[in-house]
Design a protein around this ligand. Structure first.
Ligand SMILES: NC(=O)c1ccc[n+]([C@@H]2O[C@H](COP(=O)([O-])OP(=O)(O)OC[C@H]3O[C@@H](n4cnc5c(N)ncnc54)[C@H](O)[C@@H]3O)[C@@H](O)[C@H]2O)c1
Length: 372
């Protein structure tokens, strides 16, 4: 195989950006071979935007078409594991948008089908290709700052307007989205947090539902974490602050790393070393890595087996907040699902009141990348 014939299911805001990047030849190794959206109007407009690309309204039809070797899943989150399972069963490689799903139990079938198929299961956790985060990971893994003692990640610059939440009937609801900032924007940062500092053994969270917007789900959350070696951590995120920050501090017993404003500062033995961020396109990096993994066996940057950790963290944070108590990281996923189902049962059906077309993005936007 010289290149991978790829299909995209869910061609909304981000699916459209991926589609144009591949269509325009920016993602070497991938050929845009089919598109699928179950919204009739969107499917029709795709035929004009991508005249030579077959368009489907049902994902199974696209998967069965024989036109594609791999699939990008860019629908609302609840569908991600369902479509991934179907794709693995038909022998396709899968690149899922984040999060992998809304609740970890929903991934069981997808992982089982993947194992049976032997195909790749990758995730669009594009911030894993940011230079500063990767540098921090290398430093921590090498022991440059010694044993980790404390960390604090404040990622409050995911500002979103009420119009954003109103732009899709699924957004900001338990039924359609299954969570707020923790499940939609912060998965990138929860992933980086655990990628560098490891998984905590227990956590205590407070999720503030509808604090800044007229939405059901949380638009602000604080998580406190305890680690096996006695270290502690904090993770704070919000979509309600217009001038929020992106600051990550990692303290070890031999040094300290501070990442903010596009700079990583390492403080060690009384010496300060600074590194600057570089312009990068994380989405394209993940797309190219996915192609290279299929074609040449390159190691996946964000395999689903690792991406599941950020979902455990967000699920755990919700459960802790709802139970108003500390919980162990091996919390009962069934108990979490019982709580979630209660939220879904009380969730209202929302009408979209913004022109969908206004939101379709034709290129990657700064708002999805590492924003300092
Ligand atoms: N990695 C990133 O930086 C990034 C950025 C934005 C969004 N996302 C993720 O991408 C996903 C989509 O987000 P969005 O903002 O593009 O949403 P969106 O609502 O703009 O687009 C979703 C599209 O999927 C279609 N769809 C829904 N259910 C479908 C189904 N069963 N079959 C086929 N099509 C279906 C909808 O009609 C819509 O066009 C979310 O999971 C989100 O978290 C990731």
């Amino acid at each position: 195989m010289k290149s991978v014939r790829i299909g995209i299911v869910g061609v909304g805001v981000i699916g459209t950006a991926h589609a144009f990047a591949i269509y325009n030849g920016e993602a070497e190794g991938l050929i845009l071979s089919a598109l699928c959206d179950n919204d009739k109007n969107r499917a029709n407009s795709l035929k004009n935007e991508f005249p030579d690309v077959p368009v489907f309204e049902g994902y199974e039809e696209m998967i069965d078409s024989g036109l594609i070797d791999a699939i990008i899943i860019a629908t609302p989150h609840y569908f991600h594991p369902i479509i991934a399972t179907c794709a693995f069963k038909r022998g396709l490689d899968v690149l899922s948008e984040k999060p992998l799903g809304v609740y970890t139990l929903s991934l069981k079938k997808a992982f089982k089908a993947q194992k049976k198929s032997g195909k790749l299961y990758a995730t669009m956790l594009n911030q894993r290709t940011n230079k500063l985060f990767m540098l921090a990971k290398e430093m921590v893994d090498r022991g440059d700052i010694g044993k980790l003692i404390r960390n604090k990640y404040v990622i409050t610059n995911w500002y979103r307007t009420q119009e954003y939440y109103d732009s899709g009937a699924w957004r900001g609801t338990w039924r359609g989205e299954g969570g707020g900032v923790l499940i939609n924007q912060a998965p990138h940062n929860l992933d980086i947090w655990q990628y560098i500092c490891g998984m905590p053994v227990s956590l205590r969270a407070k999720c503030y539902e509808g604090k800044h917007h007229n939405i059901e789900v949380e638009d602000e959350a604080t998580i406190c974490a305890k680690y096996e070696n006695g270290a502690t951590g904090e993770f704070i995120t919000s979509t309600g602050i217009e001038n929020g920050v992106n600051t990550f501090e990692i303290v070890g017993d031999k040094g300290k790393i501070l990442i903010e404003r596009g700079r990583l500062v390492l403080e060690k033995n009384g010496k300060i070393t600074a590194f600057e961020d570089e312009d990068y396109n994380g989405h394209l990096n993940i797309l190219k890595n996915f192609a290279n993994a299929i074609l040449y066996g390159e190691k996946l940057i964000a395999p689903a087996s690792e991406a599941v950790n950020e979902l455990i963290l967000s699920n755990g944070a919700y459960l802790s907040s709802w139970k108003n108590s500390w919980i162990g990281i091996n919390f009962s996923q069934r108990e979490y699902l019982r709580f979630l189902k209660r939220k879904i049962a009380n969730s209202r059906i929302k009408e979209s009141n913004t022109e969908r077309e206004n939101l379709f993005e034709k290129a990657y936007k700064r708002k999805w990348t590492t924003n300092w």
